[in-house]
Design a protein around this ligand. Structure first.
Ligand SMILES: Cc1cc2nc3c(=O)[nH]c(=O)nc-3n(C[C@H](O)[C@H](O)[C@H](O)COP(=O)(O)O)c2cc1C
Length: 383
């Protein structure tokens, strides 16, 4: 494996210190480490990107994954372009950011080219580093208005929409899409080529079709076919990357230049830092223990509380808390107590009980390897 040289990672060691994984220089990349990732003029510190996860990739979560290290770029949840233009409170909350949340991309969705163009201009004026166009969302609420994955069904209008957005701003514009609408219409390669000609700085490909939803496995050959047709722009591989081995496989089998990670980051927010350590020194520290996760939960909640006040933060945080507590193997009764908390003292009491009880199974200082956040189940039409 071509090594980038041994460097000191720019983030502090984990609180528990030492205990580097035994694995050394495993998962070599046959072609060596790809060149650094850039979106046009925007050079990214790593090729490992936080994928948008509606309801989760808000400012507090982006802050904590960035603090753990290794994130090249973090993107907001999908934001309605029309909502932004109307100054809708929810849309404006989704684009909240801070100095530490950098570089920062906003993902917009919509089907009207002029709205998408104006929303991109509004975002550029607010200092956003990059704009991502959602072309992958399979949820009917989004696709029935012609946005999200359904943009993949009207090629010429979609290429025109993307070109209009690119031409309207100076910041790099990217597109995140699926392989196609269904297995009979695998259009990602064709779109990627046309988007490149339209001036898009990168494309991210979730290696499933819209019809698949989250079923089956990611089609890395499908992603490779996109890599093969573009001339210069980076392709970002996405889907089912849960650990270093998965990312290595994504890079090796597709030839992609970057990897975007969604659910894997919810399960293991240390994943970005582990990937950079793997790339730079061939070995990586394990993910956090029970107590590291509890500390992270508290810190993320504190960031949310700063933004929304305790009462609202408690309600909003329940969804995120669910995955934290699952990853920490908290018994059902204590998870329930956490979810019932309505006030800060109730929340603190629930967390104190959780801290005292420790994990229901496994060691408190152990690292949970097998944790996975499932995607929404069932036919996409019913999500
Ligand atoms: C709960 C949830 C919300 C998501 N929200 C978005 C979104 O807002 N925009 C988007 O492009 N993709 C969204 N996705 C798709 C992810 O970004 C990603 O493409 C997909 O989950 C596959 O990657 P993963 O296996 O690393 O999670 C979402 C996925 C999930 C599970």
């Amino acid at each position: 494996m071509e090594m980038a040289g041994v460097v000191d990672p720019p983030w502090p060691p984990l609180s528990k210190g030492g205990n580097f994984a035994a694995a050394r220089l495993v998962f070599p990349l046959p072609g060596g480490i790809p060149p650094p990732l850039a979106y046009g003029q925007l050079r990214l510190a790593s090729r490992y990107l936080l994928s948008p996860l509606a309801g989760y990739t808000n400012l507090p979560f982006r802050r904590i994954v960035r603090e753990l290290g290794g994130v090249g770029l973090a993107t907001t949840d999908l934001v309605n372009a029309r909502g932004l233009l109307r100054g809708n409170e929810r849309s404006l909350q989704l684009i909240e950011t801070c100095a530490e949340d950098s570089p920062f991309a906003v993902q917009i969705f919509g089907s009207d080219a002029s709205e998408m163009r104006e929303a991109a201009q509004l975002l550029e004026a607010r200092g956003v580093d990059s704009i991502d166009i959602n072309m992958g969302c399979p949820v009917e609420r989004i696709t029935k208005g012609g946005a999200g994955a359904s943009l993949m069904c009207s090629p010429s209008q979609t290429v025109d929409l993307v070109r209009q957005v690119v031409d309207a701003v100076r910041v790099p514009v990217t597109v995140k899409m699926r392989l196609g609408w269904d297995e009979r219409t695998i259009t990602a390669p064709r779109f990627a080529r046309e988007f490149e000609q339209a001036g898009v700085a990168a494309v991210a490909i979730h290696g499933r079709t819209r019809e698949q939803g989250f079923r089956g496995t990611v089609d890395r050959d499908g992603i490779r076919r996109v890599v093969e047709v573009v001339e210069r722009i980076p392709v970002i591989g996405n889907g089912d990357v849960l650990n270093v081995a998965d990312a290595a496989r994504m890079l090796a089998e597709t030839g992609c230049r970057g990897v975007s990670i969604g659910r894997g980051a919810l399960a293991n927010p240390w994943i970005f830092r582990q990937l950079v350590e793997w790339e730079q020194i061939g070995t990586w520290e394990p993910a956090g223990t029970f107590d590291d996760r509890l500390e992270l939960l508290r810190r993320q909640f504190a960031y949310l509380e700063e933004l929304r006040g305790a009462e609202l933060a408690i309600v909003i945080f329940r969804k995120m808390g669910h995955w934290y507590l699952k990853s920490m193997r908290i018994c059902a009764a204590l998870r329930h107590r956490f979810q019932l908390a309505k006030t800060k003292p109730e929340l603190e009491a629930a967390l104190a009980a959780i801290a005292a009880a420790g994990p229901a199974r496994g060691r408190r200082d152990g690292v949970r390897q097998d944790f996975h956040v499932p995607g929404p189940a069932g036919p996409v039409e019913r999500w």
